[in-house]
Write a protein of this length. Structure first.
Length: 367
């Protein structure tokens, strides 16, 4: 079993159901999905869906085999968008009602200019690998550690040889031009022109073991990364480089979010969750009543953080709740990979069994 399947088993088994087969099959296996538009799916809202985002008041869901679903009525009904690939999509973000990006398997980066109605392919794993190889060779002449520079080139050559078999897992955009995407084996790229061009950041992130990167969060010019084996990193130069932080936990972190008061909350395997009040210099454990892995977190309109675990239990946290994560409503009793707050205050969750709309956060009762 490859390292994705080992270290991220709980997360990837939930929302990357095809990662093992795609990674082991290599370039030939993903060539067809990269060039095949997503099929129309009956009752697509019941398919495996992995991540959610807001595009203005519109809701956007992404998932298996290139599925992108749109809702203009706060999640009551959904329709399928046109997508040029049929690889599974793992994350989606919008900077306004029109401009957004989605990432996924095979190193795919998609962009939309019309609120998710139509998508274009900006990047794939073949070009990602070549970008890293070009960057590694360019940086070799000025590298302070020649041995490390050579290892980086060798790793990049393996990326090229492997083909487009590695997924992106998270993304964050500041505005319509500047964004960061990260993924398996330490993949990390930056754009400053809305995705027209990309540059590899793998040589500027302190991640010598190539650990998978699962989550991104930003506080002003400070950026944070979280990943497998307790990996945490911070950028103090607006995302241009990252230094590794001392971690409070050796297990994987799958979600990272800033509270309204500036505190940073990170959570992951077996219900482990921590809060930092000093930009990651130190962490305090959060009290969690249920030891089930966390998958996602969002900041609600009222400033509270909302976290969801693999059992479908929602938890809230804020400055007022302190070092406790308080359950919200009854457990859904099914795996959940993502949660989003709709414009009307309702909650939408995504997972193996598709999409579900919940009532107001105050009750979180299922509709």
């Amino acid at each position: 079993m490859n390292r994705i399947s080992q270290a991220g088993a709980l997360l990837l088994a939930l929302y990357l159901p095809f990662v093992t087969s795609q990674c082991l099959a290599g370039q030939a296996a993903v060539g067809v999905p990269l060039n095949t538009p997503a099929m129309r799916v009956p009752a697509a809202q019941n398919s495996v869906l992995i991540d959610l985002a807001r595009a203005g008041t519109r809701l956007v869901a992404v998932g298996e085999r290139g599925l992108v679903l749109l809702s203009d009525d706060n999640g009551q009904t959904w329709r399928q968008a046109s997508v040029p690939v049929s690889v599974s999509l793992t994350a989606v973000r919008f900077v306004d009602a029109q401009k957004g990006w989605a990432v996924g398997h095979a190193g795919v980066v998609l962009a939309t200019l019309d609120g998710g109605e139509h998508w274009t392919l900006q990047l794939d794993g073949v070009r990602v690998a070549q970008l890293e190889l070009d960057a590694a060779k360019a940086d070799q002449a000025t590298a302070s550690d020649p041995d490390a520079a050579l290892v980086r080139i060798q790793n990049a050559e393996r990326l090229v040889a492997d083909g487009p078999d590695k997924p992106f897992l998270a993304l964050e955009f500041v505005d319509a031009r500047r964004g960061l995407i990260v993924g398996a084996y330490g993949l990390a790229l930056l754009t400053t022109d809305g995705g027209a061009t990309w540059q590899s950041l793998m040589g500027r992130i302190a991640n010598p073991n190539g650990l998978h990167l699962y989550a991104i969060s930003r506080q002003g010019t400070h950026w944070f990364l979280a990943g497998e084996q307790g990996y945490l990193a911070r950028s103090d130069d607006d995302g241009l480089s990252f230094s590794q932080l001392d971690s409070p936990y050796e297990g994987s972190f799958f979600t990272l979010q800033s509270r309204a008061d500036g505190a940073l909350v990170v959570a992951g395997l077996k219900g482990n969750a921590f809060v930092s009040h000093d930009a990651g210099a130190s962490f305090q454990r959060l009290s969690v009543p249920i030891p089930i892995s966390f998958n996602d977190s969002i900041r609600l309109a009222d400033g509270q953080l909302l976290l969801v675990n693999q059992g479908g239990t929602l938890f809230r946290n804020s400055e007022q709740t302190g070092a406790a994560l308080l359950p919200l409503g009854n457990p859904l009793g099914k795996p959940v990979s993502s949660v989003i707050e709709a414009a009307d205050g309702s909650l939408i969750v995504a997972g193996f069994t598709g999409l579900q709309r919940l009532a107001q956060p105050a009750t979180a009762a299922s509709e």
